[in-house]
Design a binder for this molecule. Structure first.
Ligand code: NDP
Ligand code: GDR
Length: 372
C-alpha cells in the first residue's frame, strides 16, 4: 500500500492544496492524470516518468487502498528522508467535486492534463446511469472548466472511446458518426463534444483520443479479456473449473494498453490540437479470444465456459474495428503488440498469479471459492 500511504500522508500532512514549490524542483514538464489508479493511468505514469515528467495523480477516497497498480512506481519519502521530492505525487479529488479539481489545478499548475477517470464499465453503466453521466460526462466538463480558468495554458487529453460508435458499422474512423448504445457511451459522446467545444470556444489545446479496446495484465478483472485470462490461470492450477460469460459473438479491436498511452502523449505534443482514432485495425470475437487464451494454456474453452444471461447487455455493440490512418500518419503511431502476443502476455501473467493464489489456498490463508 505504498502509493496509497503517500496519498494519505499527503492529504493528512503536507497540505497538497498548497502550491507545489517549483523553484526547488529541476525544470521539467508537469502532468496531471485523473484515473491514475486505473489500467491506463499506471502505464501513462510510467511513460511520462520515463520522459522526465513530474507526474501528479488524482485519487478518490475509497474505504480500501486501491493503488496497487502504482505501488511499484512509488518511492516513499519517509523511507529515505534525504531523497528529493518523488516525481509522482497523489492528491485526493473527485470528478464529481469541481472545487477539488480547481484546487488541484491551482496547486499543481500542470502543463498537461490527461482525463482518464471515468465510470468505465459499459454493463455497469446500465445499472448506475445517473452516476455514470455525472462522472464520465459532467466530470469531464468540470475538469475542462477548471482548465479554462487556470492561470496558465494547459494541454488537455480526453479519454474517448470506440463505444461512441456503437451500432455504426466498421471500419470506424474520425469521420464515422456516433451512435452510442449504453449510458456509458452516451456519456463519452457528451465528454467528446464538451472537449471539441472548449477547443473551439476558448482556444484550449484539447484533444479527444478515440481509443479502441486496450488490454493488459493490469486490466480490471471484470472486463471480458481479463476475466477470461484470470479464469484460464485459475483453471490451469485447479482453483476453478468454470467461467460464466455472456455474448461471445461480439467483435472488438483489442490492442495493448502500453502502446495506447503513447498515442495519448503524442497527441499533446503536436503543433495543433485534434481528435484521433487509435486502433490495431484487427478485430476478433470474444469466442476467438477464448480460443486463443485457453488454447495457449493447452485447454479447450468449451469444457469450461458456461453462458449466463446476466452478462448480456440491454443493447450490445456488435462489431468494432478501427481505422487509425490519421494517427499513423500524423502521430507516427502504430501498435507494437499484436493480438496473439497480447493474449499470451495476459495468460502468462495470470497463470503466475494463480500459482501464487494456490500457495495461499494450500496454506489455508485464502478461500479457494473466492473468484475474481
Ligand atoms: P479503469 O476503469 O481501469 O480506470 C478508471 C479510473 O477512473 C480509475 O482510476 C478510477 O479510480 C477513476 N475514477 C472513477 N470514478 C472516479 C471519480 N468519480 N473521480 C475520480 N476518479 C474516478 O479504466 P481504464 O484505465 O481502462 O481506462 C481509462 C479511461 O479510458 C477511462 O475513461 C475509460 O472509459 C477510457 N477508455 C478505456 C478503454 C479501454 O479499453 N481500456 C478504451 C477507450 C476508452 P478507482 O481506482 O478509485 O476506481
Ligand atoms: P467493452 O469491454 O464493453 O468493449 O468496454 P468488455 O470487456 O466489458 O466487453 C467486451 C465484450 O465482451 C462481451 N462479454 C462480456 N463482457 C464482460 N465484461 N463480462 C462478461 O462476462 C462478458 N461476456 C461477454 C460484452 O458483451 C462485450 O461485447 C471496454 C471498456 O474498457 C470501456 O471503458 C471502453 O470505452 C471500451 O472497452 C472501448
Amino acid at each position: 500500500n505504498g502509493a496509497a500511504a503517500t496519498a494519505t500522508a499527503t492529504a493528512a500532512g503536507d497540505g497538497e492544496t498548497a502550491p507545489v514549490p517549483r523553484s526547488l524542483a529541476p525544470a521539467r514538464k508537469v502532468a496531471l492524470i485523473t484515473g491514475i489508479t486505473g489500467q491506463d493511468g499506471s502505464y501513462l505514469t510510467e511513460l511520462l516518468l520515463s520522459k522526465g515528467y513530474e507526474v501528479h495523480g488524482l485519487i478518490r477516497r475509497s474505504s480500501n487502498f486501491n493503488t496497487q497498480r502504482l505501488d511499484h512506481i512509488y518511492h516513499d519519502p519517509h523511507a529515505v528522508p534525504s531523497s528529493p521530492r518523488p516525481p509522482m505525487r497523489l492528491h485526493y479529488a473527485d470528478l464529481s467535486d469541481s472545487s477539488s479539481l480547481r484546487r488541484a489545478l491551482d496547486a499543481i499548475s500542470p502543463d498537461e492534463v490527461y482525463n482518464l477517470a471515468a465510470q468505465s464499465h459499459v454493463a455497469v453503466s446500465f445499472e448506475i446511469p445517473d452516476y455514470t453521466a455525472d462522472v464520465t460526462a459532467t466530470g469531464a466538463l468540470r475538469l475542462l472548466e477548471a482548465v479554462r480558468l487556470s492561470r496558465k495554458p494547459i494541454r488537455y487529453y480526453q479519454a474517448g472511446s470506440s463505444e461512441m460508435f456503437g451500432s455504426t458499422p466498421p471500419p470506424q474512423s474520425e469521420d464515422t458518426p456516433f451512435h452510442p448504445r449504453s449510458p456509458y457511451a452516451a456519456a463519452k459522446v457528451a465528454a467528446h463534444w464538451y472537449t471539441v467545444n472548449y477547443r473551439e470556444a476558448y482556444g484550449i489545446f484539447a484533444c479527444n483520443g478515440v481509443l479502441f479496446n486496450h488490454e493488459s495484465p493490469r486490466r480490471g478483472e471484470n472486463f471480458v479479456t481479463r476475466k477470461i485470462t484470470r479464469a484460464v490461470g485459475r483453471i490451469k492450477v485447479g482453483l476453478q473449473t468454470k467461467v460464466f460469460l455472456g455474448n461471445l459473438s461480439a467483435a472488438r479491436d483489442w490492442g495493448f494498453a502500453g502502446d495506447y498511452v503513447e498515442a495519448m502523449w503524442l497527441m499533446l505534443q503536436q503543433d495543433q490540437p485534434a481528435d484521433y482514432v487509435v486502433a490495431t485495425e484487427e478485430s476478433h470475437t470474444v469466442e476467438e479470444f477464448l480460443q486463443a487464451a485457453f488454447g495457449y494454456a493447452g485447454l479447450n474453452w468449451k469444457d469450461h465456459v458456461v453462458i449466463d444471461k446476466k452478462y448480456f447487455r440491454p443493447a450490445e455493440v456488435d462489431s468494432l474495428k478501427g481505422d487509425s490512418t490519421k494517427a499513423r500518419r500524423v502521430l507516427k503511431w502504430k501498435p507494437k503488440v499484436g493480438f496473439q502476443q497480447l493474449v499470451e502476455m495476459m495468460v502468462d501473467h495470470d497463470i503466475e498469479l494463480a500459482k501464487k493464489e494456490k500457495v495461499l489456498v494450500d496454506a489455508g490463508y485464502r478461500d479457494p471459492k473466492q473468484q475474481p
